[in-house]
Write a protein that binds this ligand. Structure first.
Ligand code: AMP
Length: 561
């Protein structure tokens, strides 16, 4: 069975195409959104999703979140005395989503289509694919999130339209301009920023609260900071239904408050809003269109629920934005439709996707500047926003006399100087010694639909050809390494599924006990009662007690905000 996965920065969703329609698969707790959070205790037990998020409040040092931002890097996370990188953490999350799908669908899941931000570079895409493999999934395709959202939106529309997908998730912002005509969905331009998202808007509120109350964050421990962050997030989301809010938090029995209007908050976020403007302008320019040429703006990502974002969008585009599809689900539904197309489901008309490469790909060359040679120049080979799949060739020449080897650097980026672009890989070919400029070498870059890059080098005089699929050395696994890495992850104990709801409640209770001294007596009694019920192992009794205590804890939790 093939499943679709929206692997988000803050939340992830799993979906499928069944009985002629796209479906979101609920997780083990019956929820559609699984927080992209992993927690590992000292015994190596892994907690994923909601329970990991709850655990993170009490054990922040054993919990990782927002690790999608580190995909394709070597950043290490130490959780429960073990080291993980972003790929491994993502694979634990994917494994859990795969299990949820298997339970729901009552069949084995072996294949997946995973969405990534359009702006993910080559290393980040490969890292995502690798995470899928480590989770035991054959990754059929990596699809861009905005493309998926546009499919979900455009599937049942008859008219040809030009869309701008405005995707503001927890940690990333993507803008894509797409056009649907007939059964072809063509991407015209992609732009974005991997370092701005809903979390930054929460940070602003946190900072406002601390400044307003003259509290220095340096004096607070990480648990208190996390709690303030959580309260800020709740208040931020409350703006969806209220024009003003009061944020409050108690530190050492002293209650701190801040009353704030939506307008104040909007002013404080002005530099973040400016940051959003740039990718929009760039995508319009790259697509060769103006604001007026956009027929529909599709809002995607949890952070687009924020009224200041909607105001910002309507100020730019008028009221052309659509809320037809829940911004949280649009990508996952689109990926599910893509699964249907892949399986050639007769209920669904295939949409041919044409995508573009998000970055310019090139190489480093020496420029002959009349008098002397200048090194470190960037020679673009495939320009950004070129429709993929694509293959382009450039011819370069030997730069020095008696050179016997040519080393080709494969670079990605927009800078004129090679040094400032990202080095994706290198490839060398031998050339016969001779005067500089004599040997001609063709460099061919081929970018496939998954945005995987193949580089071929061809020496004219000798006929020697070298071909590589560009892999980041540090990310590339030999079979042996892959087995070791898999074993390492397998060794970690998963949390038993049926105990998860109960453990979640115990953790919530423990957190509230620490956060809410005024309710300690009730919380303690409820926790003790629940522990006793659990020990008796009577299913019905457990369920009844869970419901009752869950209600109590939720009431106390809402008082927190
Ligand atoms: P995503 O990565 O698409 O799941 O988006 C997560 C981001 O959306 C987080 O920063 C959330 O705080 C934010 N978010 C979710 N719901 C709301 C809401 N109702 N109002 C404002 N922001 C929200």
């Amino acid at each position: 069975m093939l499943i679709g996965i929206d692997l988000g920065t803050t939340n992830s969703l799993v979906s499928c195409f069944r009985n002629g329609k796209a479906e979101i698969i609920p997780n083990r707790l019956g929820k559609e959104l699984t927080p992209s959070v992993i927690s590992v205790d000292a015994d190596g037990k892994v907690y994923v999703g909601e329970i990991a998020k709850e655990r993170g409040m009490l054990y922040p040092l054993e919990t990782a979140r927002v690790f999608k931002r580190s995909m394709g890097t070597n950043k290490e996370y130490v959780l429960g005395n073990r080291q993980f990188n972003a790929v491994e953490l993502s694979s634990l999350l994917l494994r859990s989503l795969k299990e949820d799908a298997e339970v729901y669908l009552k069949e084995k899941v072996t294949e997946a289509i995973i969405s990534v931000p359009a702006y993910f570079n080559d290393l980040q895409r490969k890292a995502t694919k690798k995470a899928g493999e480590l989770a035991g999934l054959k990754v059929h395709r990596i699809i861009n999130e905005p493309t998926a959202a546009a499919i979900a939106f455009g599937m049942d529309k008859k008219d040809d339209s030009r869309y701008l997908v405005f995707d503001l998730g927890g940690g990333t912002f993507d803008v894509s301009i797409l056009e649907l005509y007939g059964s072809i969905m063509e991407v015209h331009a992609i732009a974005g920023d991997n370092y701005v998202g809903g979390e930054d808007f929460t940070e602003v509120l946190c900072k406002m609260f601390l400044n307003h109350n003259h509290i220095s964050s340096d004096l607070l421990d990480i648990i208190t900071l996390n709690e303030i962050y959580k309260v800020a997030e709740t208040c931020k989301c409350a703006f969806s239904t209220m024009d003003e809010i009061t944020m409050s938090y108690t530190i050492e029995e002293k209650k701190y408050e801040m009353h704030i209007t939506l307008d104040d908050y909007e002013n404080a976020c002005s530099s973040l809003l400016d940051k959003l403007r740039r990718p929009i302008e760039r995508s319009l320019k790259d697509a060769g269109v103006t604001l007026n040429d956009i027929d529909q703006v599709i809002l995607v990502g949890g952070a687009t629920k924020l009224p200041i974002i909607r105001r910002f969008v309507s100020r730019l585009f008028g009221n052309k934005y659509s809320c037809d599809i829940d911004p949280d689900k649009a990508v996952a539904l689109g990926v599910a439709l893509q699964c249907g197309m892949k399986a050639r489901d007769k209920e669904i008309q295939e949409v041919i996707l044409t995508d573009v490469c998000p970055y310019t790909l090139g190489t480093e060359i020496v420029m002959h500047n009349g008098m002397f040679d200048e090194t470190g120049h960037y020679l673009p080979i495939i320009e950004r926003n070129t429709v993929i799949p694509v293959s382009r060739t450039q011819t370069v020449y030997t730069a020095h006399d008696n050179q016997t080897q040519v080393n080709i650097k494969v670079l990605q980026g927009e800078s004129r100087k090679a040094y400032f672009n990202l080095l994706l890989g290198e490839i060398s070919v031998p050339v016969p010694a001779g005067p500089k400029g004599k040997e001609a070498i063709d460099i061919t870059y081929t970018y496939d639909v998954n945005a995987l890059l193949e580089v071929e080098v061809y020496v004219h005089s000798t006929g020697i050809r070298r071909k590589v699929i560009i892999q980041n050395e540090k990310n590339q696994m030999s079979d042996e390494e892959a087995t070791i890495q898999l074993e390492k992850l397998q060794y970690l104990k998963q949390n038993p599924r049926d105990e998860e709801v109960n453990q979640l409640l115990l953790l919530q209770g423990e957190r509230l006990y620490q956060e809410m001294p005024e309710y300690r007596y009730e919380i303690d009694r409820a926790l003790t009662e629940f522990e006793q019920v659990l020990a008796r192992q009577n299913r019905t009794e457990i369920e009844l007690s869970r419901k009752k205590i869950g209600q109590l804890f939720n009431e106390i939790d809402t008082n927190l905000a």
